[in-house]
Design a protein around this ligand. Structure first.
Ligand SMILES: [Zn+2]
Length: 339
């Protein structure tokens, strides 16, 4: 990693086309094939190629859809499934606890805030809330739920004053944007000198990728354009002057969905017709009971097995402009930050 040659930002500006050969992290032009797979969520056949930069180790989608066509790869089925986890009771508690190790009050901006589930969980007298959201409907909902200032549009088009936030958060978003490095540069501009940036992204070097390869649910082809590891995230952050102060992680192999993709593919190979996950209806009561039993009895053992294969599936990084400030978070020891 110490030999990474960093190119100026201009060199990586043209990354929205259909054949990306330049690494969106460091600007290097030498990337090797990593793996390939289709959009399994929607049951489509077009193959997407992931390549890995030989310098900074970032994995990125070589042939993404143009930005003008990306909306076709999302839709209400995707929103429904993704929103399910975030709506569950207590989902945000570990994330709020991590923030509280650094900051107890102030201004907070959530990038890609969706319908405001996280912002609503932070609502109260201690925080002045803001968000950025691409979807007009979701932005409106976020404003109503959080009482915050929500910018509707692209992160790079928002114009908050420099050094205006104590905390900026970004959960499951950076991997979706075409220009992650420019977003990090914006974050650096908007953070107060002692502010923190807390982001969460899937880990391409995780055990689940080693086990399931292109069948891992978290790959989300072609919606995930950039696939980070702790090393490549640290390198990209360093390019814009952000330092990584903590890298806690959590396990999320998504065994049920990943195994479902694998089985679907096997059955299709034998000529069977399979409904893609995006169109699969909710389980009935017997199905839900069976799923509950699986989650209680089998899944913990599967997770133990997977944990022997490699690191956790999600990176929770805390970045700062000034490492010396956050090297000792408020009353926290490093092990307290593990989620
Ligand atoms: Zn690179």
């Amino acid at each position: 990693m110490s030999n990474v040659v960093l190119q100026p930002l201009d060199a990586v500006a043209d990354i929205g086309g259909l054949d990306r050969t330049i690494c969106p992290g460091c600007g290097n032009g030498d990337a090797k094939d990593f793996l390939q797979g289709p959009d399994r969520f929607n049951g489509r056949r077009k193959l997407y190629r992931l390549v890995r930069c030989s310098q900074c180790s970032l994995v990125f989608l070589r042939n993404p859809p143009p930005a003008s066509e990306m909306a076709e790869h999302y839709g209400s089925d995707y929103d429904r499934l993704i929103g399910k986890g975030a709506s569950s009771l207590g989902y945000w508690e570990p994330r709020k606890r991590l923030i509280s190790h650094y900051k107890a009050a102030g201004t907070l901006l959530d990038l890609g805030c969706s319908s405001g589930s996280f912002l609503e969980s932070m609502r109260g007298p201690h925080w002045q809330l803001a968000g950025i959201e691409m979807s007009a409907d979701a932005a409106k909902m976020a404003e109503a739920r959080s009482g915050g200032q929500i910018f509707h549009g692209d992160i790079l088009e928002a114009s908050f004053p420099p050094e205006s936030f104590d905390v900026i958060t970004c959960f499951d978003v950076l991997e979706h944007v075409y220009e992650p490095r420019s977003v990090l540069a914006k974050v650096r501009e908007w953070l107060k000198p002692d502010g923190i940036f807390y982001l969460m992204v899937p880990n391409i070097d995780s055990a689940a990728v080693r086990v399931f390869r292109s069948y891992w649910y978290g790959l989300e082809l072609p919606r995930h354009l950039t696939h980070f590891s702790p090393d490549s995230l640290r390198a990209m952050a360093a390019v814009v002057g952000l330092e990584t102060t903590a890298l806690p992680a959590n396990r999320f192999p998504a065994v049920e969905y990943s195994a479902r993709y694998l089985v679907d593919d096997l059955l299709r190979g034998m000529g069977a017709s399979r409904t893609p996950l995006s169109l699969t209806p909710e389980l009935g009561i017997p199905g839900r009971i069976a799923r509950k039993a699986f989650r209680l009895c089998i899944l913990p053992l599967v997770h133990i097995g997977i944990s022997l294969v490699g690191p956790e599936e999600y990176i929770h990084a805390v970045l700062t402009k000034n490492m010396s400030f956050t090297s000792t978070p408020r009353g926290a020891r490093a092990q307290d930050l593990v989620l």
